[in-house]
Write a protein that binds this ligand. Structure first.
Ligand SMILES: [Fe+2]
Length: 430
């Protein structure tokens, strides 16, 4: 396997592995199960995070060219072989790279599905496990699927090799190298679950969806095909965009605002007739360019919105989780975060956005301070002392929440928040 140059951030310990130039190696024939961009062609970028110890495998997912990384982490066990956290699509390219590592370090022994609700992670586990027939699969408790609640074997999980993660870590066969803490929230219609996994030797914490950090520049996996970046870097439908670093960065920053807020405050939408009139002037009317349809208008302050979102790379909890999910069980979440904060770690690898991110235990814990509010107050990370997320960018998600409460799907936060402690905020936000 050939290692390539360190990445642009100059992190010398990181090495890129060869990816395949052959499109047939990117093929993912089962994309219909979760029909997200890039559909049947998923490229993989593998990076060695820690020499002969930790590798990440990035692929891409999104809709309407709002594309973000989705990530699998592979960790070498002290006894040889690997533990795999949150598998991605087992394309020929992905499996070839991993089998090169297997030839050097031993087989895949354990596969972790660290979420009960994240279909974008769950859908790959069965097919991935079948590529490594001697592996054992461990899943977060209370698995469910939508729109039909199918048993895991129907989703392709190997029945005889799949089990729920033991409640007691000492019963897990990888407890010498790892610790874990399971967050398992009953949402009524299903569960939100996440397994935080600590690799003790490297002091690395793995999380799935709970913690994010947004990079200034587009991640490497997003730059392999810059079309989505350039699509979103435009200011109007008729603009012809040059493929250069500045435009790719601009596109990524707007994509980040979309992906995290859904409808950021710095965005306005044109009306239907204006959108159609603009489409007539568009230089490209292909299906790839959505026939020239481009209803987005960014306000002048969009870059300030992005800078506030990025907050110089500090970790944070996604607004959708802050608003809709985690306030449903604040005490459970805080207990989980408290437990993790007692562990010794120096970096986090998350399944989305930037990775790895330098985070200490108290900084991880502070990401959940938004839950430590008196009942009836609005949950808002913007009250954190540094790098607040602007309240106006939460508006769409709060409207979504109000709609779900009206329809009886969600419970008002005030009814749940009484379970949360009103303890002092511990430490300061990054
Ligand atoms: Fe996810």
């Amino acid at each position: 396997m050939n290692a390539q140059a360190p990445n642009s951030r100059g992190q010398q310990q990181e090495q890129w592995m060869d990816s395949s130039p052959k499109p047939r190696d990117w093929s993912w024939p089962f994309w219909h199960a979760v029909p997200l961009y890039p559909y049947g062609r998923r490229r993989t970028l593998c990076r060695e995070i820690l020499h002969h110890s930790i590798w990440t495998f990035d692929q891409l997912q999104g809709t309407l060219y709002t594309v973000v990384p989705i990530r699998m982490t592979v960790i070498k066990l002290s006894s040889g072989g690997f533990l795999v956290y949150a598998p991605v699509a087992p394309t020929r390219e992905c499996i070839r790279i991993l089998k090169e590592l297997v030839a050097l370090h031993g087989d895949v022994k354990y596969i972790i599905l660290p979420t009960s609700s994240g279909l974008e992670h769950k859908v790959f586990v069965g097919p991935f496990a079948r590529c490594f027939p001697s592996s054992q699969v461990f899943v977060a408790p209370h698995q469910w699927s939508f729109p039909f609640n199918l048993p895991l074997s129907w989703l392709g999980f190997p029945q005889k090799r799949t089990q729920v993660l033991p409640e007691d870590i000492s019963e897990a066969p990888f407890s010498d190298d790892f610790d874990y803490a399971v967050l398992d929230i009953n949402l009524g219609q299903g569960a939100f679950g996440e397994v935080a996994l600590l690799h003790k030797r490297s002091r690395t914490l793995l999380v799935t969806d709970s913690i994010l950090s947004v990079s200034e520049d587009p991640p490497a996996i997003v730059q392999l095909d810059p079309y989505p970046l350039l699509f979103h870097s435009r200011d109007n439908a008729s603009e012809v965009i040059e493929n250069n670093e500045a435009n790719r960065r601009k596109g990524w920053q707007r994509i980040s605002l979309f992906a995290i807020y859904f409808r950021p405050s710095a965005l306005s939408m044109t009306g239907l007739w204006q959108m159609l009139r603009d489409a007539l002037k568009a230089p490209d009317h292909s299906a790839k360019a959505y026939f020239g349809l481009f209803p987005f208008r960014w306000k002048e302050n969009w870059k300030q919105s992005f800078d506030a979102l990025r907050g110089q790379g500090r970790p944070f909890v996604a607004p959708i989780l802050q608003t809709l999910i985690l306030p449903q069980a604040p005490k459970q979440v805080l207990d989980w975060a408290d437990k993790i904060a007692t562990w010794d770690f120096q970096q986090i690898i998350s399944c989305h956005f930037d990775s790895p991110i330098e985070v200490l235990p108290h900084q991880f814990r502070n990401c959940f301070n938004f839950l430590e509010k008196k009942p009836d107050t609005i949950v808002n990370i913007s009250e954190s002392p540094n790098h607040p997320l602007p309240e106006e960018d939460f508006r769409f998600i709060r409207e979504l929440e109000a709609g779900l409460i009206r329809s009886g799907i969600a419970t008002p936060v005030s009814e749940k928040a009484s379970a949360a402690t009103d303890s002092d905020i511990k430490g300061s936000f990054l």
